[in-house]
Write a protein that binds this ligand. Structure first.
Ligand SMILES: *Cc1c(COP(=O)(O)O)cnc(C)c1O
Length: 426
């Protein structure tokens, strides 16, 4: 039988964690329960109620987004944002068609698939835009090149990864210059800002997620942000089955059951009281890793410089090129050959798992996903690729990983994680 990596001599003296060290787990405080109880006691156990109203107002105020609609998930918010953008650009489709039927849309390549799948829901074709090293997000240079190649494109879908804002002021300006709408996926970056503006407020539409592993959570839930009251009204209507004003169920548009629950909103309402605290804790985790890894051949994920205030949702690292051991990845498997002084993300992740700690690979770029086979990626030099070869994103994916980043992680436990990573290089 193959021995566990934990039995390797390199890890001698390290004890497995008794309790799992999570990547990012929910952190409840108590107020959440009081707001859930309020919903229960007043019998607003549906998709209407004070918790939803308060969450929408509070998000609007904090993010500086004039209108906010609470929805069932970040994915639902992403879908309605993209659907509405498509309808504004190309008109209302027939019921059986999407609003982006046959149209190209520029999308972040290295992200969770929920960012880009709604383009496909709407019949559109994602054209992926390579990332850049300064933020790990969409490269403004590559986006410019993409507009040169496909000048007809009118929609850009961008995500801020791991809580670090993209070079969003530049990207907003590029979109404006080309008359394109911007959907800004701030699912991972709630509370982060760039150039003094909160992420989510740059886009024509912004998206927030309250999924269980985000910086604050409702167990699920999401929100759509917009600058126009009419757009908020449309999204509210679509999210509640698109009923018309009539004595019966009258439908002129396609509807969805995407509205936020007032119980879920109670959890979010309580969590919002602790957002800054969570950000401070996540930042402390990030800074500790960065200090501890100074003498290792690794780099932490970028913060994007002085104009950026990340929320530090996840701490990630990349192994320096010359410290990578040989590793072979297929679509679904990996095999590596440890060498003295060298390791790879796959070995570090295996070691973390063996000691009962949860890491995660970097989001596998979308252009490398079988479901998006045949789609193209545009790189900063203006060349295109159908498999991501030679892209910045593929390189980050090959050399990077997400570290356990739970805001409740104790310094002692973080030290043990640091030691496990360090021993991988022995
Ligand atoms: C979590 C996440 C989403 C989806 O949010 P859900 O609430 O889980 O539907 C979308 N985009 C990104 C980048 C995410 O990390």
């Amino acid at each position: 039988m193959k021995k566990s990596i934990a039995e390797d001599a390199r890890f001698r003296g390290i004890e497995p964690f008794a309790g799992k060290q999570w990547l990012s787990s929910p952190t409840m405080h108590g107020e959440e329960l009081a707001f859930i109880k309020e919903a229960f006691d007043t019998n607003w156990m549906s998709t209407v109620g004070k918790n939803i109203d308060t969450v929408e107002e509070e998000l609007s105020k904090r993010i500086g987004a004039p209108f906010v609609v609470g929805l069932a998930s970040g994915t639902a918010a992403e879908h309605l944002a993209i659907r509405l953008a498509g309808e504004l650009l190309y008109g209302r489709p027939k019921a059986q068609e999407g609003t982006l039927q046959g149209r190209k849309v520029f999308c972040t390549d290295m992200t969770f698939d929920a960012t880009v799948n709604p383009v496909a829901y709407e019949g559109g074709e994602a054209v992926f835009i390579d990332g850049e090293g300064e933020t790990w997000n969409m490269s403004p240079e590559a986006l410019e090149k993409a507009f040169a190649l496909y000048p007809e494109v009118k929609l850009v879908v961008l995500a801020h990864l791991y809580g670090t804002p993209a070079r969003i002021t530049e990207i907003r300006a590029i979109c404006d210059r080309h008359g394109a709408l911007l959907v800004e996926d701030a699912a991972e970056s709630l509370g982060a800002s760039a150039d003094g503006t909160m992420t989510g407020a740059f886009g024509d539409f912004g998206v927030i997620s309250f999924n269980g592993n985000k910086i604050i959570t409702g167990s699920c839930g999401g929100a759509l942000l917009t600058k126009e009251e009419a757009h908020a009204a449309t999204v509210r209507k679509w999210s509640t089955q698109a009923r018309e004003a009539a004595p019966w169920y009258q439908h002129e548009e396609l509807g969805y059951n995407y509205r936020m629950s007032n119980v879920v909103a109670g959890v979010i309402r309580g969590q919002l009281l602790h957002l800054s605290e969570h950000i401070a804790q996540k930042k402390a985790v990030y800074e500790r890793y960065r200090e501890a890894f100074r003498d290792l051949p690794v780099r932490m994920n970028p913060t994007g410089g002085d104009r950026n205030r990340p929320n530090y949702w996840l701490s990630c690292l990349t192994v320096d090129r010359d410290a990578m051991c040989p590793v072979t990845r297929t679509a679904t498997t990996t095999a590596w050959q440890h060498e003295a002084g060298r390791t790879c993300p796959d070995e570090i992740l295996a070691a973390l798992t063996a000691f009962n700690a949860e890491g995660r690979p970097i989001w596998k770029p979308m252009v490398m996903q079988p479901i998006y086979g045949g789609h193209v990626l545009v790189k900063a030099d203006g060349t295109v690729s159908e498999d991501g070869a030679g892209s910045v994103d593929a390189d980050i994916f090959a050399r990077g990983l997400c570290l356990p980043s739970d805001n409740k992680m104790t310094p002692e436990n973080q030290d043990r994680i640091i030691e496990i990573v360090r021993r991988c290089f022995e």
